[in-house]
Design a protein around this ligand. Sequence first.
Ligand SMILES: CC(C)(COP(=O)(O)OP(=O)(O)OC[C@H]1O[C@@H](n2cnc3c(N)ncnc32)[C@H](O)[C@@H]1OP(=O)(O)O)[C@@H](O)C(=O)NCCC(=O)NCCS
Length: 149
Amino acid sequence: MRHHVDFATPDDLPALADLLAELFSLESDFVPDRAKQLAGLRLILDHPELGRLFVLRVDGAVAGMANALITMSTVEGGRVVILEDVIVSAGLRGGGLGRRLVEHVLAWARDQGMTRVTLLADRNNPAALAFYARLGFQPSAMRVLRRRP
Ligand SMILES: CC(C)(COP(=O)(O)OP(=O)(O)OC[C@H]1O[C@@H](n2cnc3c(N)ncnc32)[C@H](O)[C@@H]1OP(=O)(O)O)[C@@H](O)C(=O)NCCC(=O)NCCS
């Protein structure tokens, strides 16, 4: 099994939308909507200043993804990352690929001079919480609040 992580291309978008459909079915906050997911993915691809889409490829096929959105922090005094949409294909989990994928994104962020990576994980997803803890992510005292503008 050969695997590597690189940046997404337009040809990857249908496979990435499939992965997001699975992810948003798992997360209680969200409902999948393929047209919106494709539009969001396309927006990132067309505007790299907004973020980067990373694809995990196994034997040439899309087997996972991560979305590194770029924002800035006055606390940090520079650009920081919001890590979203992390998923590995169901049949390939538990073999170290998720770690490789996220460590690739962390290395990229470091190379870009970014000093913080923040993510949201569903409190009802103990597998993801355990995964991120193994990768060194610390809990935050902040609560997430949302509304429509
Ligand atoms: C979360 C996810 C990306 C992890 O990918 P993965 O390839 O299964 O994870 P890895 O095999 O690379 O595991 C990395 C580390 O996390 C730990 N880990 C992974 N899944 C775990 C689980 N279910 N329970 C406990 N620990 C777990 C591993 O033991 C490993 O530890 P180590 O490297 O220190 O030995 C994958 O399970 C997934 O796609 N889940 C569904 C989507 C999802 O929930 N995404 C997160 C959204 S916030």
